[in-house]
Design a protein around this ligand. Sequence first.
Ligand code: CU
Length: 100
Amino acid sequence: MRTMLVLAMLAFAMPAYAANHAVQIKGMKFNPSKVSVAVGDTITFTNADPMTHTATAGDGSFDTGDLASGKSARVKIAKAGSHPFHCAIHSSMKGVVTAK
Ligand SMILES: [Cu+2]
C-alpha cells in the first residue's frame, strides 16, 4: 500500500514530456514547413544548404539567428498559437509552427 502511494507521487512529480521536432532547411525550403507541436516542445532547425539561413518567427517567439551551412539550432516553443516564421535572409522562405 505504501509502495503504491510512493509510486503515485513519483509519477505525479515527473515533468511533462517535451518532444523535439526536426526541420531541415534544404533547397531554399523548410522541410516540413508546417510543424505542429505542444507548448514546451523544441524544434531543431538544421541547415543542409550551402548558404546561410535563419528560422525567424514573425511574432518574435523564436529565432535561430544565422545558421551557416551544416549548422543547427534548437528553439523552444513557449506560447500556444500560430507562429509564422521565415528566413530573415531569403524572404520567400516561409513556414508556420502551430502550438497547442
Ligand atoms: Cu535563407
